[in-house]
Write a protein that binds this ligand. Structure first.
Ligand SMILES: C[S@@+](CC[C@H](N)C(=O)[O-])C[C@H]1O[C@@H](n2cnc3c(N)ncnc32)[C@H](O)[C@@H]1O
Length: 235
């Protein structure tokens, strides 16, 4: 099954609580072309159901530190960070097909060799990774799920954080950013409560220059919402 065959943003009837909105989106001709040509070389399908083991050295064709970006959106951060950081490999995971196609296009235009793009639920992907294999996990502007009854859909919650942290190497970083003040506070409490994470900055981190400004941050700035970065390390 390939990214062109299905739209996992619209999951089959399931009792699973998803952290993403089911949504479709139109693709430009350029994105359709990029997806068709580049998916076989750079894509990784993450099926629903049984956990599928992922061999990162096999996926990237080398052994290098790997950064996992969860919810890469249109891929702007992934492409920019990977271009600036060629000694690490970047695995982006997203459910939204136009975003995946856009990132593949950016990868080709940038001549990037250190990016792979997974389509499916990041939590399924992470379950298929061995413990301690990631150098960093990036979660930038995750869906805030503002209604209280939807908080159970947030990606940053204790069980998910424990899973993500288990895949980090000791000293590896979990970096989250959000413009939703209440979610930022909830993230901080959740990350502080994880016994195997250490706060690098004693609270919210200064905005790191290496995190590119995306549409979500520009919108937040225009609306006067401060952006919070949280950077924790695995013990
Ligand atoms: C608000 S957008 C932010 C996109 C991007 N990080 C940025 O800053 O521009 C959040 C993205 O996370 C994706 N997402 C949420 N939960 C996910 C999951 N479990 N697996 C993969 N992608 C997920 C959504 O599809 C959406 O594109």
């Amino acid at each position: 099954m390939t990214a062109t065959d299905h739209d996992p943003a619209v999951p089959p009837a399931s009792r699973t609580i998803r952290t993403f909105h089911p949504r479709r989106g139109r693709m430009s001709d350029r994105q359709t072309d990029a997806l068709g040509r580049l998916w076989p070389a750079y894509g990784l399908d993450v099926p629903d159901g049984p956990v599928v083991p992922v061999d990162l050295a096999d996926l990237f064709g080398r052994r290098a530190p790997v950064v996992l970006e969860i919810g890469s959106g249109m891929g702007d951060s992934t492409a920019a960070m990977a271009a600036a950081d060629p000694d690490r490999d970047y695995l982006a995971v997203e459910v939204h097909t136009p975003g995946i196609a856009n990132l593949l296009d950016l990868v080709e235009r940038g001549g990037l060799r250190n990016v792979r793009v997974a389509q499916g639920d990041a939590l399924s992907l992470v379950n298929g990774l061995p413990e301690g294999v990631l150098d960093a996990v990036h979660i930038f502007f995750p869906d805030p799920w503002p209604k209280t009854r939807h908080h159970k859909r947030r990606i940053i919650q204790p069980a998910h954080v424990a899973l993500l942290r288990s895949r980090l190497r000791p000293g590896g970083t979990l970096h989250c950013a959000t413009d939703w003040a209440e979610y930022a506070e909830s993230m901080r409490e959740t990350l502080e409560a994880d016994p195997a994470l250490v706060d690098t900055y004693g609270g919210f981190a200064p905005r790191p220059a290496h995190r590119p400004v995306t549409k979500f941050e520009r919108r937040a700035i225009t609306a006067g919402r401060p952006v919070a970065d949280l950077i924790y390390r695995r013990r």
